[in-house]
Design a protein around this ligand. Sequence first.
Ligand code: GUN
Length: 287
Amino acid sequence: MTALLDGKALAATMRAELAGKVTAFAARHGRAPALAVVLVGDDPASHVYVASKVKQTAEIGMRSVEHRLDASCTEAELLALVDALNADPAIDGLLVQLPLPPQINAASVLNRIDPAKDVDGFHPVNAGKLAIGEAGLVPCTPLGAVALAKLARADLAGLHAVVIGRSNIVGKPVAQLLLQENCTVTIAHSRTMDLPGLCRSADLLVAAIGRPNFVTAEFVKRGAIIIDVGINRVMSADGKARLVGDVDFAAAAPLASAITPVPGGVGPMTIAFLLSNTLRAASLRLG
Ligand code: GUN
């Protein structure tokens, strides 16, 4: 039997625990932790994600502040807003939703965020701390992916983990976290030779490619744990849009010992860890 790794349920459990900790924080410090979310432009998916982030922040009793800038805004305007939020003592966490419009250099913006408020964990200081195993703020989606893998098997030590995808946001930090869990980690990507053959040697397969249904049965070792980070919008035969992962679920699931669904797997975990990172940043800042 294949276990379904229910991210929706685990995220709900995490939020309930966080709500209690937020209450305790507010009692101690006289205010709730506060998250600032900056949204630039009109990317429809970004609007949906930001709305979820703001709603869930409020639901566990934290304060959220949303800043919207026009798609035509300049990099200087966005950097000025980041500077103001960095300097604001009432703000504990700060994220700038990606992607940004083409006139803005995303790296310049991410580098400007105070690492102590960087709840996305994208600042080079936090990426560097993760790489050397120091405590910092860790990216949310990788934390969610690893938490779900540990739901399947509490001790991941010694497993061969293959991560497909080498992005700074998912692939590389997931690999770092799995190394901390004592996995043997291989990072695969679009230039990897015999990708299906390599993946068939994985006890734990993490798909973070951004291509719908890319991972088919020929990628899967019998009994593997499969974590699907992909969220792809595709058109069904009936003309309706639906979300699918990077893994062909119907083909891969029967071979796996455990697998995440899409939707309802890694996606909800990302926001749960954003809330957790915000509380953590607030606690570290206020002591
Ligand atoms: N766009 C897609 N995923 C993310 C994320 O985790 N953080 C931010 N800031 N933007 C994103």
